[in-house]
Design a protein around this ligand. Structure first.
Ligand SMILES: Cc1cc2nc3c(=O)[nH]c(=O)nc-3n(C[C@H](O)[C@H](O)[C@H](O)COP(=O)(O)O)c2cc1C
Length: 122
């Protein structure tokens, strides 16, 4: 593996990578749990970015596997911004095929959708 491949390994050679963060000083906090809505808000925003990219014929990959502190330092991100993911964006390569090793293990619907109440049977 050469240096260029090494740098791009988690970005799949995409020419554009967005770094998605939320501002922890302005997020809504659940009054009972104190949990911030930041992760949820950022996930919704990122999903919409992915849908918009797809509508423009672009491919995206949601990337969580990166060194948060190194990225923060390199990009000069202040402490109030909490990194959530990176989104690599680019035109899919010719002959692109979905990587089933990464995303082929979907659970059947009856393991993830329950009617009226949760059930671990069936
Ligand atoms: C929360 C989250 C984190 C992910 N992190 C990575 C990652 O770090 N590296 C990567 O190559 N893909 C990552 N992916 C992308 C998945 O490997 C996969 O390509 C994507 O979920 C599409 O699969 P699907 O079509 O089965 O939904 C991540 C996806 C999600 C939802």
């Amino acid at each position: 593996m050469n240096e260029t491949e090494d740098k791009n390994i988690y970005f799949y050679g995409a020419p554009l990578v967005l770094f998605v963060c939320y501002d922890k000083t302005v997020c809504w906090q659940h009054p009972q749990t104190g949990k911030s809505s930041g992760e949820t808000d950022a996930a919704i925003v990122t999903t919409h970015m992915m849908l918009e990219a797809a509508s423009l014929g672009l491919g995206t990959v949601w990337i969580s596997y990166f060194d948060t502190e190194k990225a923060r330092e390199l990009l000069n991100v202040p402490d109030n911004l909490v990194p959530v993911c990176m989104l690599s964006i680019g035109y899919p390569a010719d002959g692109f095929r979905k990587n089933l090793t990464m995303s082929g293990n979907r659970l059947p619907l009856n393991k993830t959708v329950f009617y009226n109440k949760y059930s671990d049977g069936v």
